[in-house]
Design a protein around this ligand. Structure first.
Ligand code: C2E
Ligand code: CA
Ligand code: CA
Length: 525
């Protein structure tokens, strides 16, 4: 029972008692036998009347209060319902429904040019899978705060998952939008400090114009999103919508659908490319590279489907399949050759952050009986940006006895001190640097990377070696291994196994470097 209805009940009881007393006193006044003085009786009546008046007033006030409270509760629940329907729960920003209704109203009302900007937060799913939703929600809240502080004169909204929207009501030209883009990137670049962690995010930005690109808000949002998906592929992280993007996206959606079935339908397979050692005469090392044989489109390169797998989260089951298959086939190859073979497997960021990745690796090694020294995992520089997250995972992986390589080295921006702390064993020089080696073989950056690696006591593998000039130069450098079409293109497991069947025990032990080169070529070509 709430206090108001209690008060109301009390007042009603008092009022009833008052009325009863008044009736009794009235009977006394009009009774002939009464012996009490009339003055006293009148005083009692006056007091009683006053008392009754007070009771009536308090009943009235309590009723009014109850009514007001009920009304307030109704309004609150209406507001709550409205908030839930039209605002994002975490960021408290207007949501997609609100924006569709509000902006569409504006568009019909005012046909002047506008731009719609949609951006997504990269790496949010990685933060979620590694740290949980508390951190993700806090990041989203802080992004919303930064947007409200820096773009207060614009309509800001929150779309699905990790996307935000800004409506720019201006006749400004492309340059002005580009500078807004730059401002947005700068605003989001500053680390997000949550509890003891400092988190970095990046954003991909897409723009679409009204009325050129689309005439309804829904279509305009879609166009800006298509542009945003394209922005993932450009270094500026920002693109303007073009009609071709819709077609690309449709194709991608179809591919995404097909990729879901690729593992079940046995459409994925691995190829292996050898890494030729320059300082030894016996090691067999190779990198596993995934391939997709699409039933209609034929062979699809990993560059086309790995990004889709990463976006959709399919990279987790695909990556696990790659790791299992590579370990199993390498073990079989070791048995066929009767000597150790090392395999390097590429990893994607979300794989590292998914569940207990070191445990997944350990189980696979146990099940396939491959010794940990035979496995190398390749990570890229950009994956190592969030050191706080990554360090414990990398150390756990290392404690299994496997080795780690930093792939595509030189493309990222790792500083020397940063590199020093990473528990990696090997640097793989990106093929762009190797490609730049001129006729004399000299490319200052290759020399620099090799000497840096040597100072840090890391192995160096040069990727994409295609010419004898490049090869000869690297042979004379401190480089430990080379990988590229010159030695062998990636080969299927079946080819390698077939080649191994003709190899005898005596072929495995090479006396000279050139014997070793032809041995490797024989296995992989
Ligand atoms: P990556 O890890 O840098 O792999 C080396 C790529 O260079 C391979 O391309 C290989 O075929 C190619 N390559 C090797 N030698 C030469 C050469 O002499 N010249 C030229 N032009 N290219 C050469 P591929 O197989 O198309 O793979 C592309 C990328 O896809 C890989 O680059 C890697 O980042 C990714 N990838 C491949 N397999 C996997 C996988 O299982 N998981 C993940 N997460 N990514 C993978
Ligand atoms: Ca690689
Ligand atoms: Ca590479």
């Amino acid at each position: 029972m709430n206090s108001y209805s209690y008060l109301n009940r009390k007042s009603v009881v008092s009022l009833s008692i008052g009325l009863c007393v008044l009736v009794l006193v009235s009977i006394l006044i009009f009774s002939k036998e009464n012996s009490i003085s009339n003055n006293i009786i009148f005083s009692i009546v006056i007091v009683l009347l006053l008392y009754l008046a007070i009771c009536i007033k308090s009943i009235y006030e309590a009723t009014l209060k109850t009514l007001r409270e009920t009304e307030q509760k109704l309004t609150d629940s209406e507001n709550e319902k409205y908030f839930m329907a039209y605002y994002d729960e975490v960021t408290k920003l207007p949501n997609e429904r609100y924006l569709l209704e509000k902006i569409s109203f504006n568009l019909t009302d005012d046909p002047s040019r506008k731009a719609l900007l949609v951006f997504e937060v990269d790496r949010l799913s990685a933060i979620k899978s590694s740290l949980g939703s508390f951190y993700t929600n806090r990041v989203l809240e802080l992004i919303a705060e930064r947007l409200q502080t820096n773009f207060s004169n614009m309509t800001i909204g929150k779309l699905q998952e990790d996307q935000f929207l800004i409506l720019i009501e201006s006749k400004n030209e492309k340059e002005a939008f580009l500078s807004l883009c730059k401002q947005l990137i700068e605003v989001m670049e500053k680390p997000f400090c949550i509890q003891h962690l400092s988190l970095n995010i990046t954003v991909n930005i897409g723009f679409a114009y009204y009325p050129e690109d689309a005439r309804t808000v829904e279509d305009l949002m879609k166009c800006a999103q298509f542009a945003m998906y394209e922005a993932r592929k450009v270094p500026e992280q920002c693109t303007f919508y073009e009609p071709s993007m819709s077609r690309v996206r449709e194709e991608q959606l179809k591919l995404e659908n097909d990729l879901y079935k690729a593992i079940q339908n046995n459409e994925l397979f691995l190829q292996y490319q050898p890494q030729l050692k320059l300082k030894t005469k016996h090691d067999i090392s190779m990198e596993a590279l995934v391939r997709w044989k699409h039933p209609e489109k034929g062979l699809i390169p990993p560059a086309d489907f790995i990004p889709i797998a990463e976006e959709t989260g399919l990279i987790v089951p695909i990556g696990k399949w790659v790791l299992e298959t590579a370990c199993r086939q390498t073990k079989e190859l070791q048995e066929a050759l009767g000597q150790p073979v090392t395999v390097a497997v590429n990893l994607s960021l979300s794989q590292l952050f998914h569940e207990n990745f070191p445990q997944v690796v350990s189980t696979i090694l146990h099940e396939t009986k491959l010794s940990p020294e035979s496995l190398q995992l390749e990570i890229t520089e950009t994956m190592t940006m969030d050191k706080n997250f990554l360090m414990p995972i990398l150390h756990n992986l290392k404690s299994l006895g496997i080795s780690l390589a930093l792939d595509d080295f030189g493309k990222g921006y790792s500083s020397l001190s940063y590199l020093k702390d990473l528990p990696v064993d090997c640097l793989k020089i990106d093929r762009d640097f190797v490609k730049n080696m001129n006729e004399n073989g000299h490319e200052p950056l290759v020399d620099l990377i090799i000497s840096m690696a040597k100072h840090l006591q890391l192995n160096v593998v040069a990727e994409g070696v295609e010419t004898m000039e490049q090869f000869n130069y690297l042979v004379n450098s401190e480089c430990d291994a080379v990988q590229g079409y010159l030695i062998s293109r990636p080969s299927s497991y079946e080819t390698i196994m077939k080649n191994c069947s003709g190899i005898g025990k005596e072929d495995v032990h090479c006396d000279t470097q050139s014997e070793y080169y032809s041995f490797i070529k024989r296995i992989f070509n």
